[in-house]
Design a protein around this ligand. Structure first.
Ligand SMILES: Nc1nc2c(c(=O)[nH]1)N[C@H]1C(S)=C(S)[C@@H](COP(=O)(O)OP(=O)(O)OC[C@H]3O[C@@H](n4cnc5c(=O)[nH]c(N)nc54)[C@H](O)[C@@H]3O)O[C@H]1N2
Ligand SMILES: Nc1nc2c(c(=O)[nH]1)N[C@H]1C(S)=C(S)[C@@H](COP(=O)(O)OP(=O)(O)OC[C@H]3O[C@@H](n4cnc5c(=O)[nH]c(N)nc54)[C@H](O)[C@@H]3O)O[C@H]1N2
Ligand code: SF4
Ligand SMILES: [Mo]
Length: 762
């Protein structure tokens, strides 16, 4: 009788890596293959919730584009496999030579953590410091830097990021976001369902499209694309004119209201309402409802960020909850604590106080939150002058597909002296690289994200690997540590620290180890920037189950506990001034489905404001000037008949994380949504091919007739257009249509939701 082979079935708690919610999931593997994916009920935030996209994660795990060994480009453009040792030795030599010859200005770090992998970010940034460069370009600086800039001015630091308590608000304004598809709020579909069936709560959606979220709303304001600044300022003006603002909050918690009030009272409400194409009665109804609700909050996203007036929009949406006092309360908008710092504070005015605010060579652009905008990167490479960018390091990003102007990126990247890409897949960007370094994917290593942006209860999820690294791939901490060693910046061994780490650091609450680390760094100042790799090589080796990469969390946990001691204790973590942080670190290591790290009180908010007077500074000169300028701006005129929303979130797109098109159950072509009357005018039918022509370029797409879009507006999905197996683009390669200079003058974030196009019948 033949024996049936034994099947090993295992269950692994981890998280979905497709969007910033990072819902907890349990992956069942059978003989190492993913067989079942379910929501993890033990996850402290998502508690079992997932959406349809997570169930397809095997397409991320197993696909033909996965990289398995380091590759080096040959002169003819083909790639040859090389050993890690060869790749890193050659890259180290080249980087050292570039730094020596041209200095830090010649190097930029691009990306550094997508939707699920931020632990590696701390290791990657060591390389930028090693290169003596300040340039980090990342996707965040093509969507959220206008928001960080305004936060800096209001709250005193660009790291003062706000969140919204949608689950507890009586009234919510969703402006330019579609949480039903894109999520971004806790357990979005459940939260929306509860809202829509509760007659005591009001949900308002402001969106030019009758989105899936708008369909569930009590009120949908189908705003004309790009006119939100008029709509929000009209609402603010109505609130102030009718005395619906919270004067007590404004006088005790804010400064500058008097000046702001004058500006708001001068707003011609009816004229602005006309520009938005929404009946004034509807705007009044929402303004009054929002201002007089017991608790209300505002949730926004790309609909007002990827469009004209983006920085002003950020200011106005924040004013909505601030002037109504919906801040620092349950059901309102709130600040929150971070465990992994995703940003720094780089207000350009700090230059006047002697802080280095590095301007780029070509555009003279300053960083926001420490980040530089992808919209200008090709120009900084093409810049004529010795201070141009010559070496670019890309990690967990696919700029050729996702940053504005694919053609410009392609041209500029080909001019680089060195392009290195660290990715799990052979992407379009990687195909242009001199070296491609294959990373173990997010289910093959210890990982985490810094998207723990919650208040009052905050959590963190350190994920253990589900499988061993595929092929000859390495986790990023190992890649960067080996590279620093090759660059002779750190030694391979730290015998003293290794010995101390082995001496049961737990017993001493890691205090002896940390004191020794600090002493070592004091003695060897040139190692200060490389503390993550030193921790990884020393303390890391002693962490359970090979969790070496998590070593970087020890100092972060200590910092977090120092800053938020009472909140950490309220979360049930014990310890004194010296041991609390280490105990928090241990909780993170132990709780494999995620750990609550802090439990705040609403009064904590005032301590999170970084202005010296702990007040919110409402008067921002640049914004008041922009607000005044709105009145004299002629309505946006384009000589093309359509406005393309270039990058819609749908049921089956997930940035560029899934490359195999087979993962999609529907919308395989990534269709162009068009209003039926527009289709009749153009004489096109459902399924026809049309050419979308923008100033920058054109692409051919398939039409889907859909009355959820406004007339004159067409939409295409984000997250298509990759060349799987180096084949034809799978669906619309959107950024063939977008231009780098079609962006906000202040933050340089792109106007992707407002791309003027013509549609031509094929
Ligand atoms: N399914 C899916 N979910 C995702 C992602 C994904 O690729 N797929 N990506 C994730 C990422 S990285 C992000 S940043 C988020 C983004 O999430 P969202 O910003 O919520 O998603 P979008 O669909 O890009 O845009 C939101 C809405 O803005 C509307 N809009 C367009 N123009 C305007 C305008 O002028 N004014 C107003 N008020 N609204 C306008 C659109 O009609 C759309 O419904 O989604 C995340 N979630
Ligand atoms: N026109 C237009 N363009 C857009 C948008 C739009 O709406 N319209 N949306 C923009 C937005 S909001 C965003 S956030 C960006 C997203 O764009 P990007 O920042 O470029 O990120 P992703 O598309 O998420 O691609 C992530 C890359 O990381 C790789 N990866 C996955 N796991 C790992 C890992 O563990 N390690 C490493 N090293 N790599 C890994 C994936 O293979 C993929 O190549 O796109 C932007 N581009
Ligand atoms: S895509 Fe986002 S909302 Fe859906 S399961 Fe993954 S993390 Fe959760
Ligand atoms: Mo994004």
């Amino acid at each position: 009788m033949r024996e049936t082979p034994s099947v090993t079935e295992q269950q692994h708690p981890t998280a979905c890596i497709l969007c910033s919610r990072n819902c907890g999931i349990t992956i069942t593997t059978v003989d190492g293959k993913f067989s079942k994916i379910k929501g993890d009920k033990a996850h402290p935030m998502s508690a079992g919730y997932i959406c349809q996209k997570a169930a397809r994660l095997q397409y991320y795990q197993d696909n033909a584009d996965r990289l398995e060994q380091p590759l080096k480009r040959n002169p003819d453009g083909s790639f040859s496999p090389v050993s890690w040792d060869q790749a890193l030795t050659e890259i180290a030599e080249k980087l050292t030579q570039i730094r020596h010859q041209f200095g830090g200005d010649a190097f930029a770090f691009v990306g550094g953590g997508g939707q699920g992998n931020h632990l590696a970010g701390g290791y990657g940034q060591q390389l930028r410091r090693a290169m003596d460069s300040r340039y980090i370009y990342s996707a965040l600086a093509q969507e959220k830097t206008q928001d960080f800039w305004v936060n800096g001015r209001l709250f005193g630091d660009q790291r003062c990021h706000t969140t919204e308590d949608v689950e507890h608000a009586d009234y919510v304004l969703f402006i330019g976001c579609n949480p039903y598809q894109s999520h971004g709020i806790p357990n979005a579909r459940d939260t929306l369902k509860e809202f829509s069936k509760n007659p005591d709560r009001t949900m308002v959606v402001i969106d030019p499209r009758r989105s899936e979220t708008a369909k569930m709303a009590d009120i949908h304001l189908q705003v004309k694309p790009g006119t939100d600044a008029y709509l929000m300022s009209a609402m603010l003006a109505i609130i102030v004119k009718e005395g619906l603002h919270d004067l007590e909050f404004l006088t005790t918690r804010c400064t500058g209201f008097e000046t702001l009030e004058k500006e708001l009272l001068a707003i011609p409400i009816e004229e602005y309402a006309k520009r938005t194409d929404i009946p004034i009665e509807d705007i009044e109804r929402v303004a009054r409802g929002f201002a007089s609700a017991r608790t209300a909050c505002v949730r926004i996203d790309l609909g007002i960020q990827h469009t004209i007036n983006t920085t002003l929009n950020a200011y106005l949406e924040k004013l909505l909850y601030l002037i109504t006092g919906n801040f620092g309360i349950k059901g309102g908008n709130n600040l929150h604590a971070f465990l992994i710092p995703l940003l720094s504070n780089s207000d350009e005015r700090l230059a006047e106080q002697g802080k280095t605010i590095k301007l780029t060579a070509h555009h003279k652009m300053f960083p926001i939150g420490g980040l530089y905008p992808p919209n200008i990167l090709p120009d900084e490479i093409e810049h004529e002058g010795d201070d141009r960018l010559r070496a670019v390091w890309v990690d967990s990003a696919n700029p050729l597909m996702t940053y504005a102007d694919t053609q410009a990126y392609e041209r500029a990247f080909q001019k680089l002296d060195l392009l290195v890409v660290v990715d799990v897949a052979l992407t379009e960007t990687a195909r242009l690289a001199h070296y491609i370094l294959p990373a173990a994917n997010q289910f093959e290593k210890w990982e985490a994200t810094g998207f723990n942006l919650e208040f009052p209860t905050n959590f963190f999820h350190l994920r253990q690997p589900v499988k061993a690294p595929q092929g000859d791939t390495l986790p990023e901490p190992e890649i960067y540590t080996r590279l620093l060693e090759k660059m002779n910046l750190i030694p391979k061994r730290f015998p003293l620290l290794e010995r101390i780490a082995r001496l049961e650091p737990k017993a001493a609450g890691y205090q002896v180890f940390l004191a020794s680390l600090i002493a070592t760094l004091k003695k060897n100042k040139h190692w200060v920037h490389y503390a993550p790799s030193i921790l990884y090589r020393t303390l890391g080796k002693t962490l359970p189950d090979g969790a070496a990469a998590a070593a970087i969390l020890l100092p972060l946990a200590i910092q977090f506990a120092d800053k938020n001691a009472a909140a950490v204790r309220r979360a049930g973590i014990q310890g004194n001034r010296f041991t609390l942080g280490a105990n928090l670190f241990r909780r993170i290591l132990d709780q494999r489905s995620g750990a609550i790290i802090s439990q705040h009180e609403f009064s904590d908010i005032w301590g999170m404001i970084r202005n010296k007077d702990r007040r919110i500074h409402l008067e921002i000169d640049e914004m008041l000037e922009d607000l005044r300028a709105l009145g004299v701006k002629t309505p946006e005129h384009t000589d093309t008949p359509f406005i393309l929303m270039a990058g819609e979130r749908r049921a089956y797109n997930a940035n560029q994380i899934y490359r195999d098109p087979a993962w999609r159950k529907v919308d395989k072509e990534g269709a162009l949504r068009m209003h039926p009357n527009d289709a009749t005018d153009l004489d096109v039918k459902d399924g026809d091919s049309v050419m979308v022509r923008a100033k920058r370029g054109d692409i051919t797409v398939t039409v889907q007739i859909d009355d959820s879009v406004r007339r004159g507006m067409v939409t295409l999905p984000h997250g298509y257009g990759m060349r799987y197996r180096n084949g034809e683009p799978n669906g619309p390669a959107l950024n063939m249509l977008t231009a780098g200079d079609h962006c906000d003058p202040l933050s340089k974030t792109p106007y992707h939701k407002y791309v003027p196009v013509s549609i031509l019948k094929c």
